[in-house]
Design a protein around this ligand. Structure first.
Ligand code: HEC
Ligand code: HEC
Ligand code: HEC
Ligand code: HEC
Ligand code: HEC
Ligand code: HEC
Ligand code: HEC
Ligand code: HEC
Ligand code: HEC
Ligand code: HEC
Length: 296
């Protein structure tokens, strides 16, 4: 709940910082005189290694065609740098930029895209994680998406407790590459809490792969629709084979079904051993078209 409160605050803060950024030097968006650009072909003459090995074969080579600025679309106009024989103070060096300055530079081109447009309000941006913590235009170890490292190790480097989640006995097989962190999260930010994705229709991301749970059913089990999958399941890993939040199914059901205010009051049958495996009888627990008590 506390985090809900932070979201608007982060938005406001990122809006406030816009004018400051616009005043910054070397913004690629800032109108620069054509004469201030040297052209990538000139960069090539002294930086052949970077050009040939770390640029030509990468997706960013397209920037030489789209607006013609290539190297200088990220490093800023370089005519003075060239005239100075490679004066380091006359070119944008990413090593000198703060994380957010570097990210703003990338967002000049990527900020409008569907995947990255919420970055300014994301938990990552809000905690000073920038594009270059995960991406590297010239030194990507994982060429796909220019990542500094492949998932999930990229993420585990900062999220140790998530590594522990996926070491539990029952879990989505992320470590085996069957499911990826980014199937469920958009690390560039989403409209949901925890940077969780939604389906294109705006429903829980889980339906993308578990469509059979979506219904609609004649008899819906209310929490599936209202509180969502996470009211009963952990998305990462669990000690329960069905990824339940608690080790045994009856303990889960009774969290709601013994409190009259939350659901139907505890059935008389729940007291004996025989009734502890609730889903032996209430098999269609996500909803049913046949039976109001989810017997099938
Ligand atoms: C005349 C040769 C020459 C040309 C042309 C040239 N550079 Fe350089 N560049 C250098 C030298 C020399 C350095 C300094 C290397 C050092 O001190 O480690 C340098 C440094 C840089 C750096 C900083 C590297 C660092 O250590 O962080 C960047 C970025 C850079 N150049 C980009 C460019 C771009 C973009 C272009 C094309 C607009 C370009 N250069 C054209 C010679 C050149
Ligand atoms: C998409 C943005 C982008 C483009 C395009 C780009 N660079 Fe870079 N450059 C970076 C970033 C970011 C770094 C910091 C290192 C990294 O993350 O890969 C960097 C680092 C460098 C360095 C420092 C040495 C190094 O390898 O880290 C040099 C020199 C350099 N770039 C030159 C160039 C030249 C020359 C071109 C064109 C051939 C170019 N860059 C195109 C973003 C870019
Ligand atoms: C916490 C790590 C992380 C940060 C921070 C991050 N990215 Fe990504 N990015 C990823 C991963 C992982 C993928 C591949 C999976 C995916 O598409 O979500 C990706 C994919 C992308 C893609 C290609 C796929 C697409 O859907 O567009 C672009 C472009 C991109 N990132 C740009 C950026 C930019 C620009 C920033 C900074 C504003 C940034 N990223 C910040 C991890 C990160
Ligand atoms: C001048 C515009 C421009 C700038 C600035 C820019 N990019 Fe890109 N980027 C592109 C283009 C064009 C592509 C290739 C087409 C595409 O995939 O969208 C691309 C591709 C990418 C991809 C690979 C997308 C994929 O699907 O695999 C990543 C990751 C990425 N950029 C990250 C960055 C980062 C990080 C920065 C800042 C250091 C940055 N870009 C700066 C224009 C830009
Ligand atoms: C450079 C460190 C770093 C990397 C790499 C990184 N993260 Fe994060 N991530 C953070 C920080 C810091 C936060 C904000 C504090 C927190 O919630 O832990 C965060 C927050 C998150 C959140 C939101 C948590 C919440 O409580 O709202 C998710 C989800 C997340 N990261 C997923 C990922 C995924 C998936 C990857 C790999 C693709 C990744 N992160 C890579 C540092 C990182
Ligand atoms: C099957 C979907 C799914 C996958 C795969 C997944 N997550 Fe999550 N993750 C979620 C959901 C849903 C939540 C929110 C849980 C909640 O609100 O109770 C979450 C929460 C988080 C959080 C917030 C803290 C927490 O534990 O609740 C972090 C950080 C995070 N995930 C990182 C990762 C990383 C890193 C990976 C890959 C190693 C990953 N996730 C893979 C669905 C997934
Ligand atoms: C990218 C596809 C994908 C997404 C998204 C996804 N899952 Fe899964 N899920 C799987 C796969 C594949 C398995 C089978 C696991 C295995 O065999 O290792 C699985 C297994 C499960 C299981 C255990 C099934 C069993 O047979 O015991 C549960 C429970 C589950 N997922 C819940 C969720 C929840 C809750 C979400 C949303 C937070 C979610 N899943 C999102 C792919 C996905
Ligand atoms: C009211 C609690 C509850 C909610 C909410 C819930 N589940 Fe379940 N789910 C269970 C229980 C209990 C089981 C184990 C059933 C059994 O013992 O066979 C289960 C089993 C599963 C399984 C594995 C077995 C199967 O039937 O395929 C998947 C996958 C699954 N759930 C996905 C989801 C998804 C996706 C959502 C959200 C749309 C969701 N669940 C919401 C309680 C719930
Ligand atoms: C997060 C709270 C929650 C959990 C956990 C939960 N339920 Fe429910 N359940 C409800 C609510 C709310 C209703 C709808 C009550 C109503 O319609 O008055 C409901 C309805 C039912 C009904 C239909 C009752 C009727 O009167 O027709 C059955 C049967 C049922 N649940 C069984 C279970 C079982 C078995 C489990 C454990 C696998 C479980 N529930 C877990 C909240 C929960
Ligand atoms: C041996 C089979 C069986 C088991 C095991 C079982 N139930 Fe039931 N349950 C029933 C039957 C039969 C009904 C009555 C169905 C009807 O009215 O159509 C029922 C009804 C219910 C209802 C509907 C409201 C009510 O009070 O009558 C709830 C809620 C419920 N059970 C929850 C549970 C929970 C929670 C568990 C596990 C602790 C559980 N059941 C285990 C057979 C079982």
């Amino acid at each position: 709940m506390k985090r809900l409160f932070w979201i608007p605050l982060v938005l406001v803060l990122s809006l406030l910082s816009l004018p400051a950024l616009a005043a910054e030097e070397h913004q690629p968006g800032k109108a620069a005189d054509a004469a201030q650009y040297a052209g990538s072909d000139v960069c090539l003459t002294c930086h052949e290694d970077v050009y040939k090995k770390q640029f030509e074969g990468t997706p960013h080579f397209q920037t030489t065609k789209k607006n013609g600025h290539g190297c200088e679309s990220c490093h800023g106009p370089g005519a003075e740098h060239v005239a100075g024989g490679g004066d380091k103070t006359k070119i944008v060096r990413f090593a000198d930029l703060s994380r957010s300055e570097a990210s703003q530079r990338c967002l000049q081109c990527h900020g409008e895209s569907h995947a990255q447009r919420r970055f300014g309000a994301s938990a990552h941006s809000g905690n000073d994680v920038g594009c270059l913590d995960c991406h590297s235009p010239h030194h990507a170890k994982e060429p796909q998406h220019l990542l500094v490292q492949a998932q999930p190790d990229l993420c585990y480097g900062c999220h140790a407790s998530t590594r522990a989640d996926f070491a539990r006995p029952y879990r989505h097989r992320v470590n085996e590459g069957l499911v990826q962190c980014s199937d469920c999260h958009n690390v560039h930010g989403t409209a949901q809490l925890r940077q969780v994705r939604a389906t294109p229709g705006g429903d829980a991301v889980c339906y993308k792969c578990h469509a059979d749970k979506q219904g609609p059913f004649l008899y819906e089990h209310m929490p599936v629709k209202t509180e969502g999958c996470s009211s009963c399941h952990t998305a990462h890993g669990s000690t329960n084979p069905r990824f339940l939040r608690v080790s045994q199914v009856n303990l889960l059901c009774l969290q709601c079904h013994s409190a009259p205010a939350l659901g139907p009051s505890g059935p008389a049958h729940n007291q004996s051993q025989k009734y502890q495996a609730c889903t032996m009888c209430h098999q269609a627990i996500h909803g049913s078209n046949l039976n109001a008590a989810f017997m099938k």
